[in-house]
Design a protein around this ligand. Sequence first.
Ligand SMILES: C[S@@+](CC[C@H](N)C(=O)[O-])C[C@H]1O[C@@H](n2cnc3c(N)ncnc32)[C@H](O)[C@@H]1O
Length: 236
Amino acid sequence: MSGAPDPAAVASVTRTWEGRAARYDRYYRAYAEAGRDAWRALYRDAIAALLGPAEPPLRVLDVGTGTGFAAILLAELGHEVTGMDASERMLAGARAEAARRGVTIRWRHGDGHTPPEGRYDLVTCRYVLWTLPAPEAALAAWARALRPGGAVLIADGLWHTARQLLRFPRLLPGAARDYLGMGRTLPYWRGITAPQTAALLRPAGFGPPRHFEHLMPPRRHRDSRDFFIIGARREK
Ligand SMILES: C[S@@+](CC[C@H](N)C(=O)[O-])C[C@H]1O[C@@H](n2cnc3c(N)ncnc32)[C@H](O)[C@@H]1O
């Protein structure tokens, strides 16, 4: 489970997200709007707790940015944000959304296991760690992309079981085919827990984890659970 990701696995997972991009964008628009203020406040407070009082702009890399939810909030907080994603279609949605919101973000198409060069102050990753074929390798690469003392901030959870995907085909249309398909190449295809994530951080070069309250709206994901937000600083 350690070491570099299998390029075929990354390509296969990326194809799945390309196929889900339009649906993800609709979902994002349907419910994410209500959470924007709370998530923006959470990012502001978590950044202060992890990095101390620092005047924006911080250099932030949002890995697996999708339609840009976190990247746009971080830009609205005044930070200099790079949003990267392996899916061109996701990035097209993110670009349109950033333009609509009037924020400037640098977009990068690529694999999050090999982040762009840059001595970032912060790497964010919302609902992405579980969908990486080699999350340990990705975390180690993010640590190297951070300045010493920079921080990672991860939001994730346990998303699905095979039983749930097969029993509730309308909950997430196409999800059984897509997620069970990705499961062949993902060590955490059901999702990842806070203790599992915390255990990956130390070997990747991060210090002790700090936990923040998660903001998943109640009842939105009836059968998903164990949502968490964890941050940690790169060891010097
Ligand atoms: C569940 S979505 C989360 C999107 C966004 N972070 C959010 O909070 O709405 C997962 C995202 O990770 C991206 N992704 C999956 N594997 C990736 C990889 N190896 N490198 C970069 N992005 C990846 C997908 O294309 C998708 O946009």
